[in-house]
Each structure stands twice: as structure tokens, then as C-alpha cells.
Design a protein around this ligand. Structure first.
Ligand code: FAD
Length: 332
């Protein structure tokens, strides 16, 4: 049985593992921290979980095609995870309401062309079929599913950057051990460039920090995801309400800042005045795997024959993950 080793246990790595094990591969996931936990900037835990691009009409068709393909797979993936693990990723079709200013003609034209339902509600534009998932639960469910399906999870193990070679037989860890597999897949998010920079991979991926605020509000305070001018708010089933996010080019700095907190708080209160005086429950950051034009790299390495890449999903890695995993599996 062909043994595939996946480097990075975020959403890209876990979904790739799920797809490959379903296709009969023997799969190992190596993660330098813990899968389904937030330790040092992992993007998948930190994200908002909106299963759709924000203003898709601003992106290239390739980005939207991948995002929509991912979004279309979510109901089925979420149901399978819930059924087989008992952990609910809280996939919820809640709709997204876009508040002015936005380009109405462009938005309506794009929705029509892509057969995405949209309706004008006063000055706002409602996309009723947009959904959300709850990232930490999605990751917990995926982790449990992988364990149930015999995937080997090697946690707290960091792989070192590799050198140019014809084929990889083993991959060295920071502890000095060598991990063996037939095929390797890099799904290391914002850290992917660091791992591959001494090879011909030619990937342009850098960390782009995003900060988010969390409030606790009465259930059903927000019916839809609200989006206005680069800022969004959404609510989980138990009342937790997320407001964010920033888009910052600050390297691997995962700290949260008071400036961002005050700015996001002001925006959130302007959209939802009921938040005034409500304490911020939590404030965190994550490092998105930033790539030019938000286009990920899902490909075989140009020179190392048994090495593949599924990384650089930037702002929409959660949305794209199921479709991206299928493309990668098809390539294998
Ligand atoms: C604030 C914020 C909001 C977001 N909102 C959304 C949203 O609403 N919708 C959406 O679709 N997307 C959203 N995103 C983007 C999305 O979270 C990312 O695109 C996605 O999580 C990337 O997944 P990943 O698995 O590639 O990266 P990660 O989740 O970062 O996973 C990479 C993993 O690789 C591990 N790793 C790195 N180097 C090594 C090594 N050398 N050895 C072993 N392991 C290693 C890391 O520890 C990490 O766990 C958001 C992101 C942020 C930060």
C-alpha cells in the first residue's frame, strides 16, 4: 500500500489525509504542534469559518471556482464527520448579508453568472445560501475521523527544511529522527516556504496575520453573517459572536494588538450597537498562508518526484479545503 506522509495538520493537511485514506492510501500526518489546537498561529483553528469568499466578484475565476467547489462539498463532509465521529462541525447555512458600500451591479452580475442566489433587502444584499462552520470543532471532528480510519498522527514533531534532490526517501525532524514514506505532501500553511525555500518549488507564500474578537451574546443576536467594507461578524449556535478580521503583513509575529482591538471593536459596535459595553471574551490571531491573488499551489514539486504541495490558500483555506484535497488526490 502506498504510504503518503502529510506535513502539517491544519485543514489542508487533515482534509487531504481524509481524501487519501478514502482512496486506499496508507496515510501519516506530521504536525509540529497538536492537531485541532491553537499553539502558535495555525490558521485553521483561528479562522472565522465562513464557507464562501468575501465579495467573490473581486477575485479571479480560478479562486472562486475552487472556493465554490469546496463550499458545495461541505454539507456532505460535515454530515459524514458528524455521523462517524459524533462531533458536530456546526455547518450552518446562515446566509451572508452585505452592507453598503458595495458594487450592486457587479455583485448581481456575478451571482447571476455563477447561479448564486442573491436578493436585495433594503440597501443590503443577502446571499441566503452562504454557510459557516466552527473551525475548532471541524478540526476536532477531522482528527477523530482520521484516528478512526487508521491514519497515523505524529504530533509535536517538526520537519526540517529540505534540500534539492531527485526523490525524497526520508524527511528529517528537528529531533534528529528520519521519517520515511513513498510520497510526501506539504500542507504547512504559512510555513510552507520555509520548508521548501532551498528547492526549486518557487512558491510565493508568506504569513498574513489576522486578528479576531470574540463576544458572548444571546443566541440568535445575528441571523446572518454580516459583512461591511472588509469587516465581518458572525454568530455560532451557542451565542459566541466573532468580529474581524485584520489583514497584516508582519511576518511570523502572532501577537495581538490593542490598536486592532479598538478598531475592530469600534467597527463591530457601529454595525451592532448592542455590543456597546459587552466585554471582549477573547482576542486571538492566526497566520494565513498568503499567496499572490489568493491562488493556492496544488501541484507536484517541479523537481522532486515524490513531493506534492497543497498550500497557500490564504483567505479561503477552510472553504477550499475539501475541493483542494480532491485535486491533490487526483494528481497523486
Ligand atoms: C483571522 C482569520 C480568519 C479567517 N477566516 C476564514 C474564513 O472565514 N473562511 C475561510 O475559508 N478561510 C478563512 N481563513 C483562512 C484559513 O484559515 C486558511 O486559509 C487555512 O486555515 C489554511 O490552512 P492550512 O492547513 O494550510 O494552514 P494551517 O492551519 O496554518 O496549518 C498548517 C500546519 O502546518 C504545521 N506545520 C508548519 N510547519 C511544519 C513543520 N515544519 N513540520 C510539521 N508541521 C508543520 C503548523 O503547525 C500548522 O498546524 C481565515 C484565517 C484567519 C487567520
Amino acid at each position: 500500500m502506498t504510504h503518503v506522509m502529510i506535513v502539517g495538520g491544519g485543514i489542508a493537511g487533515c482534509m487531504t489525509a481524509m481524501e487519501l485514506v478514502s482512496r486506499g492510501y496508507r496515510v501519516t500526518v506530521v504536525e509540529r504542534n497538536q492537531i485541532a489546537a491553537q499553539t502558535s498561529g495555525e490558521s485553521s483553528w483561528a479562522g472565522a469559518g465562513i464557507v464562501f469568499p468575501l465579495l467573490p466578484w473581486m477575485y479571479r475565476d480560478e479562486v472562486n471556482q475552487l472556493a465554490l467547489a469546496g463550499a458545495n462539498l461541505y454539507p456532505q463532509v460535515a454530515q459524514k464527520l458528524l455521523r462517524e465521529t459524533g462531533i458536530d462541525p456546526e455547518f450552518t447555512k446562515c446566509g451572508m448579508r452585505i452592507l453598503p458600500p458595495y458594487d450592486l451591479a457587479l455583485a448581481q452580475q456575478w451571482c447571476e453568472k455563477n447561479q448564486i442566489a442573491c436578493t436585495k433587502v433594503g440597501e443590503d444584499l443577502l446571499l441566503p445560501n452562504v454557510a459557516q462552520v466552527r473551525n475548532p470543532r471541524l478540526l476536532q471532528a477531522l482528527k477523530q475521523w482520521l484516528i478512526l480510519h487508521g491514519v497515523t498522527l505524529i504530533e509535536r514533531t517538526q520537519l526540517l527544511p529540505i534540500q534539492e534532490t531527485v526523490a525524497l526517501n526520508t524527511w528529517k525532524t528537528t529531533q534528529g529522527t528520519q521519517l520515511q514514506a513513498d510520497i510526501f505532501v506539504v500542507t504547512s500553511g504559512a510555513w510552507s516556504f520555509e520548508l521548501l525555500k532551498d528547492t526549486a518549488a518557487n512558491i510565493d507564500i508568506k504569513p498574513m496575520r489576522g486578528q479576531i474578537l470574540l463576544y458572548q451574546m444571546p443566541v440568535n443576536t445575528l441571523q446572518h453573517i454580516l459583512y461591511q467594507d472588509g469587516f465581518y461578524m458572525l454568530q455560532r449556535r451557542d451565542g459566541f459572536l466573532l468580529a474581524g478580521s485584520t489583514l497584516e503583513d508582519v511576518g511570523f509575529d502572532t501577537s495581538v494588538t490593542e490598536t486592532a482591538k479598538f478598531e475592530m471593536q469600534a467597527k463591530a459596535e457601529a454595525i451592532l450597537p448592542a455590543l456597546k459595553g459587552v466585554p471582549i471574551h477573547q482576542h486571538w490571531s492566526g497566520l494565513r498562508p498568503g499567496a499572490p491573488e489568493n491562488l493556492p499551489t496544488i501541484a507536484r514539486h517541479p523537481t522532486i518526484q515524490n513531493l506534492y504541495l497543497n498550500t497557500g490558500h490564504f483567505r479561503y483555506g477552510v472553504t477550499m479545503a475539501p475541493a483542494s484535497a480532491k485535486i491533490l488526490a487526483d494528481l497523486l
